[in-house]
Design a protein around this ligand. Structure first.
Ligand code: ADP
Length: 162
């Protein structure tokens, strides 16, 4: 049986922590769809097109990974895409309560949809898109947080907001 999973998120912007989860998922499942949700954050720093482009340039060359924009309910998007599981990264206990609630809600809405949690790599447990935006906003070094090929675009846009 072919497995198709979805890695959903805001990816505002993608970090090395996200890339680690997507790469590991691509080794476990036949097809991985990275779903960039428009409605994830009310005021994202990056447009949906920018967020998709960052992901395509960083994980787009993994043969079984596809990046798409998604709108609406994750449970419905997963069904429409033929995904049987949601893959989420877990950084710390603080992530757990929300993730557990979402996993149970999604299964209520779509009983065929399971959630698989991958423990964050220990080198990325502290890392989030918000940290990247905060550090860049204050002119700090984000080299260790985001892929090199999109670093300047992220840094300049966030810094430019100041
Ligand atoms: P959301 O907006 O749904 O919270 P994010 O874009 O912040 O989504 O993250 C998408 C997914 O990546 C989530 O499963 C999140 O837990 C995971 N993730 C985010 N940062 C890291 C990290 N540093 N290590 C592992 N997983 C992470």
């Amino acid at each position: 049986m072919h497995s198709t999973v979805i890695c959903p998120g805001s990816f505002d912007p993608v970090t090395l922590g996200h890339i680690d989860i997507i790469t590991r998922a691509s080794k476990m499942f036949d097809n991985v769809i990275v779903g960039v949700f428009v409605n994830g954050e009310k005021h994202p720093a990056f447009t949906i097109e920018e967020r998709i482009s960052f992901l395509e340039r960083t994980v787009g060359d993994i043969p079984n990974v596809r990046v798409i924009g998604c709108d609406g309910l994750l449970a419905q998007c997963a069904k429409d895409l033929g995904a049987t599981a949601v893959v989420r990264g877990l950084r710390a206990v603080s992530d757990f309560e929300y993730e557990f609630q979402m996993a149970l809600t999604n299964r209520k809405l779509n009983p065929d949809l399971d959630t698989v949690f991958l423990a964050s790599d220990s080198s990325y447990t502290y890392l989030s898109s918000s940290i990247v935006k905060n550090v860049a906003f204050h002119g700090g070094d984000i080299t260790n947080f985001v892929p090199a090929c999109i670093h300047d675009e992220i840094f300049n846009k966030i810094k430019g907001v100041k």
